[in-house]
Design a protein around this ligand. Structure first.
Ligand code: SER
Length: 315
């Protein structure tokens, strides 16, 4: 029987993935885990367990005792937060991965999902339609940890047969839970401020083009990758995923179609440098060929969904 443990369940991806996995496989098959205490150990209509991914002993004995078959390991520090706390970011982003990879190597897990990011690319990477295989010289702590993680995933597959699957997520746009500490967060914040105040100050410059994706597409991609037949998964580092590429200016123009008085201003901070080192757009033809990936959300569709759903009482 499938028994999924999702570590980092309270984060931006985690909350939505828990909901969708429970819909697909039944609430009893999906256990949510994070470092926070949760009343009655319940979260989003199912079981919750408090786990610290840095506590190898605790995570390993939980996985073994509860006969977990799959782990989605989402606990991480994102790019902007990681720059402020490099030691902890490296520790958190790498140690948890080894714990889970080792559990699979020892035969306790059948499958692992581990997220990578467009942050694996760097200033020397070709910027437009960045290929799957290309120069990768990440210049952020987060990017370095993701690139190293990718190498280890591939290594564990090649040497120990660990069925680990991964996606290089673009910036993710969602309304259920707020993003925490990424460089692409502006593309979520903007909707709350547009709806609440009719204006927004972007911390990235108007022409900074980055690959982004609406969460519904990202969740579907994740589950499709995990459910694809093993022989279709040819890449064990991490798959490029394209999504929609836009700049703060293009996004604000699309928002103006709904809120005509909306105004955007620009005041760049340290995140600009991170954004400048990342691609403008991504070539995801390997995901398309190997496991039939097709995105559904255009910029227009994503903007109207976001404006309809963001809850301004959250900010
Ligand atoms: N959205 C992430 C960030 O900005 C990239 O993976 O850090």
């Amino acid at each position: 029987m499938k028994k999924i443990l999702l570590i980092g369940a309270c984060g931006q991806i985690g909350t939505e993935l828990v909901i969708e996995l429970r819909k697909r496989f039944g609430a009893q098959c999906v256990i949510a885990a994070d470092v926070h205490d949760m009343e009655n150990n319940q979260f989003l209509g199912g079981e919750y367990t408090k786990l610290d991914v840095l506590n190898k002993e605790q995570v390993s004995s939980y996985v073994i005792k509860n006969k977990i078959t799959e782990v989605y390991l989402l606990a991480a520090l994102l790019s902007a937060t990681a720059e402020k706390n490099p030691d902890f970011a490296w520790k958190l982003n790498m140690e948890g991965l080894f714990t889970i990879l080792d559990l699979a190597k020892e035969g306790y897990l059948k499958k692992i999902f581990w997220p990578s990011s467009i942050a694996v690319f760097g200033p020397t990477t070709p910027k437009d339609l960045t290929p799957q295989y290309t120069i990768m010289e990440p210049s952020t702590v987060y990017g370095i940890s993701k690139q190293a993680g990718e190498r280890w995933c591939e290594y564990y597959f090649n040497n120990f047969g660990v069925d680990v699957r991964s996606i290089r997520y673009p910036g993710l746009i969602s309304y259920t839970s707020l993003p925490g500490g990424g460089t692409t967060d502006y593309a979520v914040d903007i909707f709350y401020h547009a709806k609440k105040e009719g204006k927004y100050t972007s911390f990235l410059s108007e022409n900074t083009k980055l690959p982004m994706m609406f969460m519904e597409d990202a969740i579907r991609a994740t589950i499709e990758l995990m459910e694809a037949p093993i022989e279709n998964i040819k890449i064990r580092s991490s798959y490029n995923l394209g999504g929609i590429s836009f700049t703060p200016k293009t996004l604000s123009e699309e928002i103006k179609k709904h809120i005509s008085e909306f105004e955007i201003t620009y005041n760049q901070d340290f995140r600009q440098k991170i954004a400048d080192s990342w691609p403008n757009s991504i070539d995801d033809s390997f995901a398309k060929n190997d496991w039939n990936w097709r995105e559904q959300f255009t910029l227009e569709k994503m903007v109207s969904e976001m404006l309809r759903h963001v809850d301004i009482s959250k900010i």
